[in-house]
Design a protein around this ligand. Structure first.
Ligand code: FE2
Length: 210
């Protein structure tokens, strides 16, 4: 047994024209899979058998094992990212999430603008995150394959900032990619569930290595 590639939670063409089926063929079918294959290849050498994905990430962080942090983190981040997406206008924030957004940013549009600004301004590869820190929403970004796993925050929503995430559909236009995703295909039901505490447990359950 090893980590496996979970299917996308939507049809690969369901988010067109914001994200094309071709982009998922590469992003999910090749890039996400490559991180899984890499970590599986290290199972014996790095003593990963029997560990969940979150346990592997915590172990990698404890050891300061950068290659393992990045590759295992990329598995977790991509699992999380697919769940953050949904067909246009199919979901909406819960009342609690909407109140948190208004309190932290003033309006839903202001949140989108601020998160898109973080995504556009992040230097190099990484991920922009909306997190719950204590009882307030915050925006941050992490480099390369690093994840919020092990941090004292609850991840709610993420945007992949790696060039492979947008080059097929948006070429070099990361700011436009981020704005399109955030304003059209976010799964606000998933983000709302994460406010109530589902995200880390869910990420942990997606994979079992035995
Ligand atoms: Fe990616």
């Amino acid at each position: 047994m090893a980590f496996t590639l979970p299917p996308l939670p939507f049809d690969r063409s369901a988010l067109e024209p914001v994200l094309s089926a071709e982009s998922f063929d590469y992003h999910h079918g090749k890039h996400h899979k490559a991180y899984i294959d890499k970590v599986n290849g290290w199972a014996g050498e790095k003593g990963l058998e029997g560990k969940s994905l979150v346990e592997v990430i915590r172990l990698a962080k404890d050891r300061g094992d950068k290659p393992l942090i990045n590759n295992a983190g990329q598995i977790w981040n991509h699992d999380f990212f697919w769940q953050c997406l949904a067909p246009p206008a199919s979901t909406r924030p819960s009342a609690r999430l909407a109140a948190l957004i208004d309190s932290a940013f003033g309006s839903h549009q202001a949140l989108i603008d601020k998160l898109a600004e973080e995504a556009a301004g992040h230097f190099g590869s990484g991920w922009a995150w909306l997190v719950l820190a204590g009882d307030a929403l915050k925006i941050t970004s992490l480099h390369d394959g690093d994840t919020p796993v092990g941090l004292e925050v609850r991840p709610l929503l993420t945007i992949d900032l790696w060039e492979h995430a947008y080059y097929i559909d948006y070429r070099n236009e990361r700011p436009r990619f981020a704005k399109e995703i955030l304003s059209k295909v976010i799964n606000w039901d998933f983000v709302s569930q994460n406010v109530e505490g589902g995200a880390l447990a869910r990420g942990d359950q997606l994979h079992a290595m035995a």
